[in-house]
Design a protein around this ligand. Structure first.
Ligand SMILES: O=P(O)(O)OC[C@H]1O[C@H](O)[C@H](O)[C@@H](O)[C@@H]1O
Length: 279
């Protein structure tokens, strides 16, 4: 257990070298250490004040990806205090599972007037880390939402990192005013400010750090899009909670349901998942 802000983090311990740490502020995963190696990026300038979204790890985006007319960018889930529904428990093979949840309250209803429950199930295995994200409509009317797991992967050097699996796909380029392009190169190597939404993506993407030889496979289900983001030098410098020189050490590969809103009927549950595996 460790403390950042006034909230105690939750730790899923497979052993002393392989663990996941979760901050209840936003249910933000702030560390995934695999055999002593940290695989996620958290900025040295990240703010842990239980108000601001944590810059790095895996923030949960809900009920809106991007600028939102009803509330903060990327919604309120990443800045709400989640409940620990089930403390970490190991099964007979040593795989550890914990469950966090978030339900509507006065603050969320003031922005977005629906009754809902989010359930976030995290499972750490020897070489993989799985996240199951569920949205339950507890209201008597349907609601629309978008959602995404905003994963910040740590890289030795982003220009020596391959992202494989997005070739031949269409993407919306947010840096170029939202125009749609066709991806040609596969692997993609990010060498500038990139902010793209890849459409109809396959359920397996590889992030290959060629400098240190680590490859992480992202597998997903019911998250049709992948957002690829690196702020690069100028945008990094403009962010108060991101170190000026840190942008080569991260790449965001974000699995989401963001291109079109999902409409969830009363009493229904939406479910999507991603698993990160060291291969
Ligand atoms: O600064 P934040 O609100 O955390 O957003 C960080 C980034 O998230 C996503 O990757 C979006 O596509 C970007 O447009 C945005 O800049």
């Amino acid at each position: 257990m460790s403390e950042k802000g006034d909230i105690i983090n939750l730790t899923l311990n497979r052993d002393s070298n392989t663990f996941v740490r979760v901050h209840p502020h936003g249910a933000t995963v702030i560390a995934w250490q695999w055999k002593g190696k940290e695989l996620l990026f958290v900025s040295k300038q990240a703010v842990f004040d239980n108000k601001k979204a944590i810059r790095g790890g895996i923030p949960v985006v809900f009920p809106n990806f991007g600028p939102w007319e009803l509330g903060p960018q990327h919604g309120f889930a990443r800045t709400s205090k989640w409940k620990v529904e089930k403390e970490p428990v190991a099964d007979k093979d040593g795989n550890v599972t914990a469950v966090l949840s978030l339900e509507d309250d006065d603050i969320t209803r003031a922005l977005w007037d629906y009754r809902f429950k989010l359930t976030y199930t995290l499972t750490l295995s020897e070489d993989s880390f799985g996240m199951k994200f569920q949205v339950e409509n507890k209201d008597n009317k349907p609601f629309d939402f978008t959602c995404l797991l905003h994963t910040y992967f740590r890289t030795s050097d982003v220009v020596k990192t391959d992202v494989l699996g997005l070739g031949n796909l269409q993407y919306i380029d947010k840096v170029k005013g939202g125009q749609t392009f066709q991806q040609v190169d596969d692997p993609i190597i990010v060498e500038e400010n990139v902010d793209r939404i890849y459409l109809n993506t396959p359920n397996e993407i590889l992030i290959k750090d060629k400098e240190d030889g680590t490859t992480v496979k992202l597998t997903k289900d019911n998250f049709p899009e992948i957002v690829l983001w690196n702020p690069w030098k100028e945008k990094a410098a403009a962010m108060g909670d991101f170190g000026d020189e840190e942008y080569p050490n991260m790449i965001c590969v974000e699995a989401g349901y963001v291109h079109k809103p999902y409409t969830l009927q009363p009493g229904s549950v939406f479910e999507a998942s991603q698993t990160l595996t060291v291969v």
